[in-house]
Design a protein around this ligand. Sequence first.
Ligand code: NAD
Length: 494
Amino acid sequence: MTSPTWHERARDLQIDGRALIDGQRTWARSEQRFDNRSPIDGRLLGSVARCDAADVDIAVAAARAAFDDGRWANFAPAKRKRILVKFADLVQQHAAELALLETLDMGKPIKYSQAVDVAGAANCIRWYGEAIDKVYGEIAPAPANSLALITREPVGVVGAIVPWNYPMLMASWKIAPTLAAGNSVVLKPSEKSPLTALRLADLALQAGIPPGVFNVLPGFGNEAGSALALHMDVDCIAFTGSTRVGKQILQMAGQSNLKRAWTELGGKSANIVCADCPDLDAAVAASVGSIFFNQGESCNAPSRLFVEESIRAQFIEKALALVPAFTPGDPLDERTVMGAIVDDIQLNTVMGYIEQGKAAGAKLVAGGERVRLESGGYYVAPTIFDQVSPDMAIAREEIFGPVLSVLGFTDVREAVRQANASPYGLHAAVWTSDLSKAIQTSRALRAGTVHVNQYDNDDITVPFGGYKQSGNGRDKSLYAFDKYTELKTTWIQV
Ligand code: NAD
């Protein structure tokens, strides 16, 4: 018997859009719902709970009760570890279901939902679970008649708000270190892609995370999201999303209880390819592959490409040869590498930028149009603009779609100056075989991550976050614990 196709599996999939509060799936007190449609063909996936401020109050109260009675925080780290490792195992056991939900909900190709999103989420949960019983406290070099202990304690109730582009991965980057550190959490996924966060919370319960510790409230940003950020009993708000909303989150934290507020925001990452780059084919493949990956809906996409003039024509020619491989297709087909844009709003935003680029006089060398599949849905052709000037909107603003803007340079210092002229500072890259130039350039680039002679390296062990208006925190690595713990000093007279 042949195994079912992803389309067949999609037909049989049970979708539960209810919130998860205090260990129960519920339509919440508001009982309001919204329709959740798939961007791959517009099909109705089901109803999802539209939680409001009253529901946030209930979920935060449940999270507070769970934190205060120590049902999770007081477990020995080794016990939290065992449960989180089981949680990661369950994510892997449900890999096909989670990948399918992610693709249907958000539009990314099924092969990446499996290999990147589900695998990454399981790895993240496992890594923080395994890390937590290896974190030690410190003793300060205090005066001889005293002992000063420096320990880390969970911050309490954490509100987490995440975007739609990597729904499960962004949720995991928040909840795994948060839960490992002993906090309770109320997670609000994006209204555009709420389904995998809800299933993650089911699996967490099944793994043994006690009720009330991990709650998920689907809903809209200006309803459930702002209620969470403003809540007086939330100790920390961890936000990933746009810079525009990130600024509001910091204001809401300030105007409520001065909760700790961590933001991971937008980007317009600069990728600088020098004429002496060690392998031009590799530079072209990484540059093109990284901007079109996830339909260009990645915060760290290298959307500004600076190419040294002497190799620019050759670079563009090689890039154009790779473009057809990224033609959008059915996300449920395992061969597809570029899927659907998340919804009509984002499609219109991307198409609007493409029109602006054309009107501003940039040279369209690939794509530039909407792709219409028989199934319907929202698809954009992989698009490259050459001869972009730094003042154009397509060179300055985050498009969050499959659009590459190419700028030329003759002096790498000028490319660095332009790269740094952005309000964003998430990722950057430089390609050169000159070691001094590589080091000088990577030091000069104002970005949280700088790649040298590659673009796509990534690992849970390294911090991820931005300079400037790309945010103020770091996800991943042991540094993420800094966000979800308080440092306590205990003086003991001896
Ligand atoms: P967004 O800011 O519109 O929404 C993000 C989340 O915030 C959603 O859950 C949304 O419902 C919620 N929200 C919206 N308005 C709110 C409000 N007033 N109060 C509280 N919550 C509110 O962003 P998006 O369109 O979902 O995601 C795309 C953005 O996320 C891009 O800018 C991208 O670069 C960024 N991003 C950054 C990272 C990173 O690690 N730096 C990772 C992924 C995405």
